[in-house]
Design a protein around this ligand. Structure first.
Ligand code: ATP
Ligand code: MG
Length: 392
């Protein structure tokens, strides 16, 4: 027995009336992207479901794992498709299927039959009853339970027969592309990749911006961020990663502003540049990995001061999460091991010994006045030297 197709179930989509096809088309697009490297598959919509049909041999693990990263999928059912629906052949396929899928036969089952081919000699009730009987004959340890079976054996007769019973969980969420686009401030830490994942899960396209400060931050630190973007893109689809050289702006801040305000002022410039890039790239919001109180720059007052320069909404999906909860997600999505590689970040290099934890926006603005002779030129230079990498 060999699986040769997958039935894809989706939850939240179903509800959206005439927008439903947009949702389904976005889902199919993301599935194609996810399966591109995995094998040769045909994906089609059929009566409110999506089928993935294998056109050649494929790796089962790799394929199911790729589908488990596509937002919008609630469950994945591996299917045995049988072109010849003649009864005796069908019985053999179903029995072989059960034999292979369940080495231990001590469970209860119910056959659920559907028939869209009305010329088929048995109706759905007969198919279910007769197939149940055949399974009991072949595997006497099995028991039927029509109310609460352990296993539903689905047999569907369409242009071909489809046999399935196993449901692997999908990631949930909504297909990327159904909810606009946002710009993720992606650092090399644990939090921001998780934040990007979470917003992408709600159907949002993601682009990213990384601020580096060569030669204070290394090429390896940059490569780490590129790798994190790649790991997030396994879920979100392609990401344009904009790499901003932030050195001169940071040096100017260091030279001209009070050192206890460095981080806040620096973060305000990051937000300004990120918002500029977001507008430029038709993104409607920013995303950060901030969480209340995690560090000095994330106290309530610091968040207020950072937010004050933005006109766009800033999504902070981790705002109420404890570090361990964030770590748990980063392990699940496989970014943790990369995030903890010990390369320097531009925030950690120009950091004050005693940063303000309760910055006052008025005072910060006055400190920023010290930059007025140089900042326009520095901003212009930072924006004109951006390196953009497309990650897919
Ligand atoms: P992370 O684990 O995401 O690095 P963090 O705990 O180190 O977060 P901060 O350094 O205060 O926290 O950064 C808060 C947020 O600001 C990050 O989650 C990220 O969205 C953004 N950020 C910080 N540094 C950078 C950077 N160098 N480039 C782009 N975004 C950054
Ligand atoms: Mg960081």
């Amino acid at each position: 027995m060999k699986y040769n197709a997958f039935l894809i179930k989706y939850a939240e989509i179903g509800i959206k009336g005439k927008n439903r096809y947009l949702f389904e088309d976005a889902l199919i697009k993301q599935m194609k992207f996810a399966l591109k490297e995995v094998g040769d598959f045909a994906i089609r919509k059929e009566q409110g479901r999506i089928f993935v049909e294998a056109k050649a041999d494929f790796d089962y693990e790799e394929t199911t794992q790729a589908l488990q990263r596509v937002f919008g999928i609630s469950a994945i059912c591996p299917v045995v498709m049988q072109p010849d629906c003649e009864w005796d052949k069908l019985v053999k396929v179903v029995c072989d299927y059960v034999d292979h899928a369940y080495p231990d036969k001590h469970f209860t089952f119910k056959v659920v039959a559907r028939r869209s081919d009305k010329t088929y000699p048995k109706n759905s009730c007969q198919i279910a009853a007769d197939m149940g009987e055949q399974l009991l004959l072949r595997f006497p340890e099995l028991k039927v339970d029509v109310h609460h079976p352990d296993v539903y054996v689905n047999v569907e007769i369409r242009n071909q027969a489809y046999v399935y019973s196993i449901e692997l969980p999908g990631p949930g969420g909504m297909p990327v592309g159904t909810n606009g686009k946002a710009m993720l401030l992606l650092s090399g830490g644990i939090d921001s990749p998780v934040a990007g994942y979470m917003i992408s899960k709600r159907g949002v396209y993601i682009d990213a911006v990384y601020f580096h400060a060569p030669p204070y931050t290394s090429e390896r630190a940059k490569e780490k961020v590129v790798e994190l973007a790649r790991l997030v893109s396994r879920y979100s689809g392609p990401i344009h990663l904009h790499i901003v050289n932030f050195t001169d702006i940071q040096l100017a801040i260091y030279e001209k502003c009070p050192h206890d305000e460095l981080t806040i002022i620096m973060r305000r410039y990051m937000m300004r540049i990120a918002e500029y890039l977001a507008k430029e790239n038709k993104a409607q919001a920013l995303i950060t990995g901030e969480s209340i109180g995690q560090v000095a720059s994330q106290t309530m007052q610091s968040l207020v001061a950072t937010n004050e320069v933005c006109t766009m909404p800033v999504f902070r999906p981790l705002i109420g999460f404890d570090k361990q909860e964030i770590v748990d997600i980063s392990e699940k999505i496989n970014t943790y091991e990369t995030s903890i590689l010990p390369y320097e970040d531009c925030c950690t290099i120009f950091v004050a010994k005693h940063p303000v934890t309760k910055p006052n926006v008025g005072i910060i603005k006055r400190s920023e006045e010290n930059l007025k002779d140089v900042i326009d030129e520095l901003m212009e230079k930072a924006l004109s030297t951006i390196e953009t990498i497309t990650i897919s």
